[in-house]
Design a protein around this ligand. Sequence first.
Ligand code: GDP
Length: 292
Amino acid sequence: MEYQLPRLTKMWTHLERQAGGKVKGMGEKQIEVDKRILRTQIGVLKKELESVRKHRKQYRNRRFSVPVPVVSLVGYTNAGKSTLLNQLTGANVLSEDRLFATLDPTTRRVQMKNGSEFLLTDTVGFIQKLPTTLVAAFRATLEEISESSLLVHVVDISHPLAEQQIDAVEKVLAELDVSEIPKLMVWNKVDKVTDPEKIKLEAERREDIVCISALTGEGLLEFCNAVQEKLKDSMVPVEALVPFNKGELLSTIHQVGMVEKTEYTENGTFVKAFVPLRFARLLTPMRQLCKS
Ligand code: GDP
């Protein structure tokens, strides 16, 4: 709309022509009316965006108390992020072949067979250069990215300009200052490429790349395992003695971390696991208990 505002000028000249010049100025009045409508709508949308941002912040703060790792899907528009999210979680995120089908960041919970889980967030697609007026609109999403435990870069490997799209996304990521966050690259749409075997070999040759088809479901298990492995990198090993009256902590450890060993002792449950750093801090008193 901000793009449209200064470009309305020539839209209504046909009115003057139709009226044979008798009602000169009619078109211009209409332009003023249109501009006013646009400005009001822009104002309303800006307010809405601000409330989205506040809402997301509150939601993130709440999520902080149960530190389930957050995995953000980033990637070029149409790479297949929403399709992947839908396949993994059955969430009904809008999946369309057009620009910006997802403006609102959408988070879903992915549960693995081994009991651990992570939150998967679909983010808006990056295009070559985000127009500055749009950056405000994506702020909620961008903030979300900087707080995730892992970034999954989804690539449409069947696209003739895949390399350029990868570069464009990495450029935007560099601007976001997220270099500390571990990354995993996913080559999507392997069902669509002419020589899938060649692509898979190439992916194997490089590190940290998983080949999938979000559409057919091929490679999704490998994808989840790779996510788990990567998340483990960002976790810390802990050994703790959890008292029996803190049973809920045990289930949280299973949810957010990766348990290697549990043992029931007289004084509580001994756990050896990898957990997110924030959660490890929560366990500190019990870790001391374990040492003594
Ligand atoms: P997003 O913009 O990254 O969220 O992309 P979408 O998930 O909306 O997908 C864009 C288009 O690519 C849709 O028409 C999907 O059906 C299609 N698509 C996504 N994944 C695959 C895939 O693995 N194979 C094929 N052939 N098409 C896919």
